[in-house]
Design a protein around this ligand. Structure first.
Ligand code: SF4
Length: 168
């Protein structure tokens, strides 16, 4: 089961287009100025199966993409993986926000996390840093966060910047 802190069907701030956002429960980063402190506790959240969430996503004909945010989605990578497969098989673009940097995930080598990132189109990485806060960069809260081509970054084992103009 995926433990969900929140579900938004009409976001325009978590990637281009009208996106459905799954906010996962649990994050260990404790960033000062966190955008979603209610999602930090590592227990709690509402449990959903991947199929239940996929049905909610596809019930909205206007959905142009899906974003996993949090909380820290990588903490629930194994549970999110079947949902990611359903989303991609439905032809929807997938984005993930993580408070880690890509290099940490590569070094950790967690199989489920890397499989999730390999299925993901765009990864926004890095914690929210108050001193780097910006309102001028699209889809990012602080300047340290990068917008990466997730699948290429995993396959090439290095940070590959996203070239999709809709994200930049
Ligand atoms: S990584 Fe995101 S959810 Fe986690 S504490 Fe930082 S801002 Fe909050």
């Amino acid at each position: 089961m995926i433990h969900v802190a929140g579900f938004v069907e009409d976001s325009i701030v978590d990637g281009p287009g009208l996106r459905t956002v799954v906010f996962t429960q649990g994050c260990d980063k404790r960033c000062r100025g966190c955008h979603n402190p209610a999602a930090q506790p590592l227990t709690g959240g509402a449990p959903y199966s991947p199929e239940e969430l996929f049905d909610r996503i596809t019930a909205n004909p206007l959905c142009a993409g899906v974003t996993f945010s949090g909380g820290e989605p990588l903490l629930q990578a194994a549970a999110l993986l079947p949902l990611a497969r359903l989303v991609k098989n439905a032809g929807l673009p997938l984005a993930v926000y993580t408070g880690d940097v890509l290099e940490q995930a590569l070094e950790r080598g967690d199989e489920a996390q890397l499989a999730l990132l390999a299925l993901t189109d765009v990864l926004v990485d890095g914690p929210f840093v108050m001193e780097e806060k910006t309102l001028s960069l699209p889809f990012r809260g602080s300047k340290n966060q990068r917008v990466l081509d997730s699948a290429r970054s995993v396959s090439e084992r290095r940070a590959v910047l996203c070239e999709d103009a809709a994200w930049l």
